[in-house]
Design a protein around this ligand. Sequence first.
Ligand SMILES: NC(=O)c1ccc[n+]([C@@H]2O[C@H](COP(=O)([O-])OP(=O)(O)OC[C@H]3O[C@@H](n4cnc5c(N)ncnc54)[C@H](OP(=O)(O)O)[C@@H]3O)[C@@H](O)[C@H]2O)c1
Length: 393
Amino acid sequence: VDAKLLLGEYVSEPKRWEPLSDTQAMKLAIQEAFRGAGFVSPNPLVGCVILDANNRFLAKGYHARVGGAHAEIHALSFLSDVEIKDARVFVTLEPCAHEGRTPSCAKTLAKLPIREVIFGLVDPNPAVSGQGAEILRQAGKAVTHFVTSVGQDQKQWLQWLEITCEHFLWNYRRQQIFVSVKVASSFDGQMALKSGESKWITGEEARAYGHYLRGFHDAVAVGKQTVLRDNPALDIRESMLKGKLTKVVVFDSQGELLGQNLDLFEKHKPENLIWVVAQGVNRKDSRVGHIVQTNSPVGTHDLSSALKSIYDLGVRSMMVEGGAHLISSFISQQKAQRIYVMQAPVIMGAAFGKPWSEDVRIEKMSDRIALQGFLHQKLGQDLLISANLFQSL
Ligand SMILES: NC(=O)c1ccc[n+]([C@@H]2O[C@H](COP(=O)([O-])OP(=O)(O)OC[C@H]3O[C@@H](n4cnc5c(N)ncnc54)[C@H](OP(=O)(O)O)[C@@H]3O)[C@@H](O)[C@H]2O)c1
């Protein structure tokens, strides 16, 4: 997700001293949070906007790098103590109460002459949730939980704020990897022709967005047939995250591709390549840093143990790019949390086409999979649609 897909528009950058409403300030803080996309995992994306006592825009900031400044501290770094007198600080997540790699933001804010802190979500850690707010209250600051202060729009704001840090929330609450599925398809749902031809279904803007999504996740995953047919590089060439080193996961239960000449081996360092093979498959390749054996024998494709091993390698979010068999597995086994479909205004036909849900077997209407929280956006001639799958965050 990015700010435009989530909010339906980009918020225009305010000039210094421009008056903003509370909702404009929080939307801008969400947009700011996404500037850290691709670089903060396993931390959440967080954004911050500071207004003066008369609600005029002073500064904004975001969490840009793991181990780097938190959003509040970044925004404050643009201002002097005089400028922040009686300021109102908007932040998408409750200021942290604990000292980690960086000092507690709540304590830092408590010492400053600001007037109010307005935060989006409470800290999801039950051991410390509410503590950041309490530190600020004790220091005499006004503290507002934004979501509960917006009346009938509460549900919408909760959705926006949660999606902003959905990878983190999912990891935190479930100790599981957040999985997205991405498909480029024709209007009638074909992702390739049966012959294997699939270039290109969508246009340049959709493809650039696909590259952004690669960088937005810690890893991208593909099935064996996609590697055999397309020999993809799976690097990031066409977006603002260009050059980011996302890990690559290949699902190849017999390890058949190991030892072959593939572009993947040219483009990615061994430590960034993860091969998922079946139980008992002992093939090796020095160009692949991690070969993960699942608990299931060759030919069966149970994803649970694979996902656990990938999580244990530090991957917190993964985008499954294809092909149809692998995507169908993730959907059938209910192992994906978000779907992105880039739909081109062309019909390819089911006779020679390959639908992306090829192996998803639903026999009764009552078993159909309902999606939640639709987001959509035009990308050139194509339409990007995204939604949550299965359980909520
Ligand atoms: N339009 C798009 O967005 C897009 C994106 C990617 C690919 N494609 C196209 O899709 C086509 C390839 O798709 P495909 O469906 O034939 O193959 P695929 O999904 O890429 O690969 C399927 C193979 O992966 C292996 N695999 C390992 N673990 C698996 C699991 N848990 N679930 C499913 N498979 C698993 C299986 O082989 P083993 O049993 O040997 O392990 C299986 O036969 C190509 O033509 C490609 O161009 C299109």
